[in-house]
Design a protein around this ligand. Structure first.
Ligand code: 13P
Length: 251
């Protein structure tokens, strides 16, 4: 059965020293008595030190991206094998910033998902509609397509290693959150779509996180919805006290 997860996507923030400081603050402030899985995703260059730093804690480390190829002439890129070799077993893929700023298509993201799973990594798969698509009432269709094109090539058994993160683009970094009702409506739609494709068990076992301006003061209400299984947190993950409050709201 699925369990609550709160993941912090640090994006391109925190140098080496600041990473260490934030990790220390998290170790001191995050609860250890909650049934909530806690994940942090610092930048690539700080992943190895973060893994080491968090070794005896209840916090695990994810990468924010990876390349879909095995290895080779891909200047500036990082492979699944490299991540595994430093003890990183989870990767965020398909984030809207990767899609919109770095040209990642559904096909590229599907290839990345396949490559991550080949290395037995867990994928936090991000998807969500843009403001215009919601205004035009296309949001369900857009989300369904992203899901189908990015993940429905997988066998049912592969879903053990998939976590979904619905992040409406209009709510990311804007201070504007989907209402708890909007989040629940979409999460329920996502779970239904998975059920239709893969059956009840896969649908029930897949965690669906919400992301987009989650803060300590709105987390509790969003997480109380039956199909919201936690959050993928950006800005508020950079402050230990805020992140700790959000983890507490999920437990
Ligand atoms: P914010 O929480 O800053 O809106 O970012 C959400 C996000 O993009 C997490 O991946």
């Amino acid at each position: 059965m699925r369990h609550p997860i709160v993941a912090g996507n640090w994006k391109m923030n925190k140098n080496a020293e600041e990473t260490e400081d934030l990790l220390n603050d998290l170790i001191n402030q995050l609860p250890t008595d909650k049934e909530v899985e806690i994940i942090v995703a610092p930048t690539f260059i700080n992943l190895a030190s973060a893994v080491e730093h968090l070794e005896f804690t209840n916090i695990s480390v994810a990468a924010q991206n990876m390349h879909q190829a095995e290895n080779g002439a891909f200047t500036g890129e990082i492979s699944a094998d490299m991540l595994k070799s430093i003890g990183v077993h989870t990767v965020i893929l398909g984030h809207s910033e990767r899609r919109s700023l770095f040209g990642e298509t559904d096909a590229i993201i599907a290839a990345k998902v396949n490559q991550a799973l080949k290395y037995h990594m867990r994928v936090i798969f991000c998807f969500g509609e843009e403001l215009k698509e919601r205004q035009e009432k296309q949001h369900f269709a857009v989300v369904e397509n992203q899901l189908r094109n990015g993940l429905f090539q997988l066998e049912a058994t592969a879903w053990e290693n998939i976590v979904l993160a619905y992040e409406p683009v209009w709510a990311i970094g804007t201070g504007e959150t989907a209402s708890p009702e909007q989040a629940q409506e979409m999460h329920e739609f996502i779970r239904t779509t998975i059920r239709q494709q893969y059956g009840q068990e896969v649908a029930d076992n897949t965690a669906i996180l919400y992301g987009g301006s989650v803060k300590p003061d709105n987390a509790g209400e969003i997480f109380s919805k039956p199909d919201v299984d936690g959050g993928l947190i950006g800005g508020a993950a950079l402050k230990a006290a805020d992140f700790a409050a959000i983890v507490n709201a999920a437990g």
